[in-house]
Design a protein around this ligand. Structure first.
Ligand SMILES: [Zn+2]
Length: 394
């Protein structure tokens, strides 16, 4: 029976592939036969799941190829949100005692992902913890899914415990996530004034990921709170070396620390080195303010407007007005034309940050992208619009 089910599915899939190839090779030719639909796995599932399941239950034996096909079908069901049907399919396969080895582990992994998506986190977690005992690709994948689950629940300590017990693979991608878990805890502990534990957690973060800029930001903030500007600056600069984007998370205390040290030229040098490539407006403002103190407001504001012309933004425009008012300056006529141009290029609904991994935009900075769940992927947005504006009417 099962053979005939698989043959039926393969024939439909084959028809789909055949149609696709035919369609592609026929693209160069003038439009001739209109096509109504392409039979997809989704379509096959919609038509046949219940029948297919019955056949699995009744089949005497299942070969590896057919199990893999059913795994794919289950995954496809989950991806289109039919998680209950996916669970049913995977559990029906799971109930068979003749599955073993990697296929059984793959099935457990699929089932864990179903449970996770259905909000049955305890059941997902149990399966994933079992799978961590395996090796290779399955262990790596199970660890990724488990970490995503624990991150969502804010179970940072559990992540560190698993890592401490050497249950997690040592791949850089996973260890980076462990480092952020340690930083999450470190920030929490620091806010309660427990600096010894904060330092230990930052050390743990750096042990997992020696390039974790965030750990240095936390250490810098701690030194800043303890009125140690020298140490704060040292940590902030380390963070900048590892990730120039981390300036977003520490600009204010970094500027204050440099000022406490009486080193405006040092601050200016670092803002110029890291700020320009990021075009993070508050960083450009800090640079203009420092330059105004050192060389006068005229040239500082002129430089700021040039930055704005290259990378116009609403935030930048507001900041420019602030600079003008604070330093009691007026725009020259050519600067006024430039500002008019900037205003035309601004999208007033512009969010401030964008995820460099998935493009998700937000007004708030997040260490962990709410969309793709990547860590430290948020960057400051600059408008890429460079449309020229006619200014004769000004
Ligand atoms: Zn993202």
């Amino acid at each position: 029976m099962i053979e005939s089910a698989i043959v039926f599915i393969l024939v439909l899939v084959g028809t789909g592939i055949g149609w696709t190839l035919g369609y592609r090779s026929g693209k160069a030719r003038p439009k001739s036969t209109p096509v109504d639909w392409i039979p997809s796995i989704d379509f096959i599932l919609a038509q046949n799941t219940d029948l297919t399941l019955k056949r699995i239950v009744n089949a005497q034996t299942l070969d590896d190829d057919s199990v893999e096909l059913f795994l794919r079908l289950g995954c496809s069901l989950r991806e289109k949100g039919e998680v209950e049907r996916a669970i049913h399919l995977h559990q029906t396969l799971f109930a068979r005692t003749d599955l073993k080895g990697v296929l059984l582990q793959e099935l457990e992994l699929e089932l864990a992902m179903d449970f996770s998506m259905a909000g049955l986190h305890d059941r997902a977690e149990r399966l994933l913890l079992e799978l961590l005992e395996s090796r290779g690709r399955i262990q790596e994948k199970a660890a990724m899914v488990l970490l995503e689950l624990l991150e969502g629940e804010g179970e940072w300590q559990q992540i560190l415990d698993l890592n401490q017990a050497k249950k997690l693979p040592t791949s850089p991608l996973l260890q980076r996530r462990v480092a952020h878990a340690a930083c999450e805890l470190a920030e929490r502990v620091a806010s309660s004034g427990n600096y010894v534990e904060t330092r230990q957690l930052c050390r743990a973060a750096l042990k997992s990921d020696s390039r974790c800029a965030r750990a240095f930001v936390v250490l810098g903030n701690m030194a800043f709170e303890q009125n140690e500007p020298h140490e704060a600056v040292r940590c902030y600069l380390k963070a900048l070396d590892h990730d120039p984007g981390s300036i977003i998370a520490m600009l204010e205390p970094m500027v204050k620390s440099f000022r406490q040290l009486g080193d405006p030229r040092g601050l200016l040098a670092h803002l110029q080195r890291h700020g320009e490539e990021l075009n993070y407006v508050p960083s450009l403002v800090a640079r203009a303010e420092t330059l105004a103190d050192l060389e006068g407001a005229d040239s500082a504001i002129a430089g700021f407007i040039e930055d704005l012309e290259r990378y116009p933004s609403y935030t930048g425009y507001v900041a420019m007005l602030g600079l003008l008012l604070r330093h009691k300056q007026r725009l020259t006529e050519s600067q006024a034309h430039g500002v008019y141009d900037i205003l035309h290029r601004i999208d007033t609904d512009d969010p401030s940050f964008v995820c460099s991994q998935c493009g998700f935009k937000a007004r708030e900075f997040h260490w962990r992208c709410p969309s793709c769940k990547n860590w430290a992927s948020f960057k400051a947005i600059t408008s890429s619009s460079h449309s020229s504006v006619v200014i004769e009417d000004l």
